[in-house]
Design a protein around this ligand. Structure first.
Ligand code: NAP
Length: 431
């Protein structure tokens, strides 16, 4: 039998992830050849700074002329440089040259995945991006292939390790947000500029990618409601603990009615008994609810060079096999074209912490404000301190817009001195 000719691979970006991909391609070359059915030949590595020391990468493979590298028409181009431009330009050049593309670039896929998918469809090449969400955790392929026969109704995910680390330290060590952020930075979990993580933007990109795959609908980052964790205080953390909850930054994508979805990222309280509550430190986990499959949880390392490289290599084997058998994997599936509704249509339950006058009739007045808007109260806990009382209220599931009306009515009640905290509660829906 004649030896299959090598698959030519170009990599753009040799940083945290790219360097690990190259290392795994070298150390596992024989196994990868057997699994793909053809050997891999690395024909070039595009970088910005040619003077950097890059152990493990042959100097003659390095280039800062990415465009010329792509014009050598590799079978597979792996984009690991990040950001929107010039990554988009290079990926489109690769696709138009007939190369299959693998990327870990969540920002670009959530911003303009449609352009890349359409180009890949037209050029009849693969576009795979397993590493763009939750690092090592196999998640996109299960959604795109294993669960494609089922009806996904909701996804709840902890998809940002930095914020999960910060919230874990606030919960377990009683640290403030600022001090937990500093320790995340000292340990390398958070960037010097942590904005994308703590404001929820990184999680929102991932939420868009997950929602698109789960609901067969084009979803971009602009469709995702986004709130970060910067305003979470120790008071919120303690209140959650007292009720048997823990605060997590969640990416939520859900079907709210037939062919309509809401995609949102925000801090939320979840019961300590929920599987996501035990996801600590920088780990990621995604909880998927599907009609026939029931509840599934995907858990593991959501970032880091080697874990992310594992997902890239998985894509490389899949894309390599497709090239060898002259096929294409599944393309973009957006046939459902579900309506993407604003956060006001989200269905969740709520925690409210109110400071109220400790006088007769107050509870009845407050209950009436909820009842008028059709929001039903699940539990109320009262603590009296002198002339004021603190009311901790948990509601049943209600539409976000109804809760907003309750809040505006509460602000007009003279007995309500202050609204100290309002947070969504997830993971305690009746099954
Ligand atoms: P990184 O360490 O910053 O590496 C980026 C690489 O791209 C560097 O080698 C850099 O070259 C090169 N590069 C950047 N701009 C370039 C340009 N204009 N022209 C040529 N080369 C350029 O990034 P990373 O952490 O490996 O992340 C890569 C991708 O993986 C990103 O899309 C990221 O979102 C995604 N990702 C990362 C992780 C993670 O844990 N790090 C996890 C999941 C997904 P120089 O080396 O010369 O500077």
């Amino acid at each position: 039998m004649s030896e299959q000719k090598p698959l030519r691979v170009a990599i753009i970006g040799a940083g945290t992830v790219g360097s690990q991909v190259i290392s795994l391609m070298n150390s596992q070359a024989d196994d990868l050849k057997m699994r793909i059915g053809a050997p891999l030949e690395l024909i070039g590595v595009g970088v910005k700074d040619l003077t950097k020391d890059r152990p493990g990468i042959a100097k003659d493979l390095l280039t800062d002329d990415i465009s010329a590298l792509l014009d050598k028409k590799p079978d597979v181009v792996i984009e690991l440089m990040g950001s929107i431009e010039p990554a988009r330009k290079f990926i489109l050049q690769a696709i138009n040259n007939g190369s299959s593309v693998i990327s870990a670039n969540k920002a670009l896929l959530a911003k303009d995945g449609a352009t890349l998918h359409k180009a890949a469809e037209k050029a009849d090449v693969d576009l795979y991006y397993e590493a763009s969400v939750a690092g090592a955790i196999p998640l996109l392929r299960p959604l795109r292939e294993s669960l494609v026969g089922d009806d996904v109704v909701k996804i709840l995910g902890i998809v940002n390790g930095t914020t999960n680390y910060i919230l874990t330290k606030m919960d377990e060590l009683g640290e403030s947000f600022d001090s937990a952020l500093k320790s995340a930075q000292d340990l390398g979990y958070a960037e010097t500029d942590p904005t994308a993580d703590v404001m929820g933007h990184d999680a929102a990109s991932k939420a868009a990618i997950l929602a698109q795959l789960a609901f067969h609908t084009r979803v971009t980052i602009d469709d995702v409601y986004c709130e970060g964790i910067t305003s979470i205080t120790q008071q919120d953390v303690k209140a959650a603990q007292q009720m048997g909850f823990v605060i997590k930054l969640l990416a939520v994508a859900e079907k709210v009615k037939e062919n309509a979805i809401v995609v949102r990222v925000h801090p939320a309280m979840i019961p300590v008994a929920h599987p996501l509550a035990s996801v600590r430190e920088a780990f990621n986990a995604v909880f998927v609810q599907a009609k026939a499959a029931g509840s599934l949880m995907f858990y593991g390392q959501g970032a880091g060079g080697a874990p992310t490289a594992s997902a890239v290599l998985g894509d490389l084997v899949a894309v390599g096999r497709n090239r060898v058998s002259q096929k294409r994997g599944p393309g973009e599936s957006v046939y459902a074209d579900a309506e993407i509704l604003p956060i006001a249509s989200a269905l969740t339950s709520y925690y409210l912490n109110l400071e109220v006058a400790d006088q007769p009739g107050v509870l009845a007045e407050i209950s009436a404000a909820f009842a008028t808007q059709g929001v039903s109260i699940q539990t109320v806990r009262q603590e009296t301190r002198g002339k004021v009382a603190s009311l901790i209220i948990r509601t049943h599931q209600a539409k976000e817009s109804y809760l907003a009306s309750v809040l505006s009515d509460l602000k007009n009640l003279s007995a309500v001195k202050q609204i100290n905290g309002v947070m969504r509660v997830e993971g305690d829906e009746p099954s």
